[in-house]
Design a protein around this ligand. Structure first.
Ligand SMILES: *Cc1c(COP(=O)(O)O)cnc(C)c1O
Length: 409
């Protein structure tokens, strides 16, 4: 079947008039979702292997999630952080139990969670390292779109239009221990890293590499800041991706999947880094009861439905099935990632064409650059849905490779 170029939805013209033009949107309007499926405005059902980019860990309209939000909205939807609310404290307790001894600052997004981590590192540097403030990051990183997190991200494409960016960030190549060791010098206060680079093409930082980073940070008296905004919440088959390496960071940031689709960010600050005091930081919405109730429902459902184990098993199955496409001659170089955070590395620059062909086949996947397809589906994805996803990727790749689909470049 030759995928037709999807026609632009009627909503697109209205969107162009009133929405800032910041997203290269796929020409499709989504109106509903259930489980791992979404429905378009013309009634087409699509298997959702994007999941709001690793956000919809319980899929769409999960009854436990809907009930938690509805209950909390009817009770107390929002109040100020001037007052205590129990969902926020309950959630912090659960997060700390799932991770490492720490205290939590709640915000509303991944960028804000990282911004908080950066502020913690800066203050810690003033207090403990004589004002050292350089934060070392890695090429291919993505830490967010605020000015400081853009500086941390270090990508010219994202950052250059907005110069000057905040100072105090230094980026090193990946897989170059010499350059890294040189970068973590007297001026350095912290290393910030994603255990699996998400936007960077689903690139796994090896367990040995993470352990080496921990060792280096200890040796140089620096903080290790882990950005688990995308890799966390059970997606890799462990609650937190760094737990595969058996290390403990000083600070960890969480967002995307935490509340399963409600906006939230969290920064876990370990005892060594715990320098925040009253007045240092704040957020109007951060940790609001509605978002926290949703996050509690996500954590409870991860446990009750054993979704972390499922992510490991179904992810392994999906990986095998995608690899078998390569064996069948499709242009796949490798499958990267872990659990249900997978990147299909292509041997040809046809990621966008493949994603378009997949849409026509009834599958949402996300192209990164021109040689990676990212699959970050809900953790409730069934074995049968994983098999379907792999076969639809195969059909889409065959179409794109044959050039029968819309081509470009
Ligand atoms: C998405 C993402 C961010 C930014 O999160 P926002 O909620 O979009 O601000 C930061 N770090 C990583 C690793 C991400 O994947």
């Amino acid at each position: 079947m030759t995928p037709a170029e999807p026609t632009e939805p009627a909503l697109a013209a209205r969107a162009r008039a009133v929405l800032c033009d910041t997203y290269a949107r796929v020409p499709v309007t989504l109106v509903a979702g259930e489980g791992s499926w979404v429905t378009t405005d013309d009634g087409t059902r699509l298997l959702d292997c994007v999941g709001g980019i690793a956000v919809n860990v319980l899929g769409h309209a999960h009854p436990a999630w809907v009930a938690a939000i509805t209950r909390q909205a009817a009770r107390l939807g929002h109040t100020s952080n001037l007052y205590y609310t129990s969902p926020q404290v309950d959630l912090a307790e659960r997060l700390v139990q799932s991770a490492f001894p720490s205290r939590v600052f709640f915000s509303n997004s991944g960028a804000e969670a990282n911004e908080t981590a950066i502020k913690v590192a800066r203050k810690w540097g003033q207090r403990h390292r004589g004002g050292a403030h350089t934060i070392v990051t890695f090429a291919g990183a993505f830490h967010g779109r605020t000015l400081a997190t853009l500086a941390a991200t270090g990508s010219a494409r994202y950052g250059d239009p907005f110069r000057p960016l905040p100072q105090g960030f230094r980026q090193v190549a990946r897989g170059d221990p010499g350059q890294l060791a040189a970068a973590v010098d007297d001026e350095a206060v912290a290393v910030l890293v994603e255990p699996i680079q998400g936007e960077g093409g689903v690139a796994l930082i090896g367990d040995d590499e993470l352990r080496e980073l921990r060792r280096l940070c200890d040796e140089r008296d620096c903080l290790l800041l882990l950005d688990e905004v995308q890799s966390g919440m059970g997606r890799t088959g462990r609650m937190w991706a760094h737990q595969w390496a058996g290390i403990v960071p000083d600070v960890m940031t969480v967002a995307k999947g935490l509340a399963g689709g409600m906006p939230i960010g969290a920064t876990l600050v370990g005892p060594r880094a715990d320098v925040l005091e009253p007045g240092d930081h704040g957020s109007t919405f951060g940790g609001n009861p509605l978002a926290c109730a949703a996050a509690l429902a996500v954590l409870e459902t991860l446990a009750s439905e054993r979704l972390i184990e499922r992510a490991d098993q179904v992810g392994e199955q999906l990986k095998e099935e995608l690899l078998s496409l390569a064996a069948a001659g499709l242009p796949i170089a490798e499958i990267r990632g872990r659990g249900l955070m997978l990147g299909v590395g292509l041997t040809r620059p046809i990621a966008a064409e493949t994603a378009r062909a997949a849409l026509a086949e009834g599958l949402l996947v996300n192209p990164i650059g021109d040689r990676t397809l990212r699959l970050v589906p809900p953790l409730i994805l069934t074995e049968a849905e994983a098999t379907l996803a792999a076969s639809l990727v195969g059909r889409a790749l065959a179409t794109a490779a044959a050039g029968t689909g819309p081509t470009r470049g």
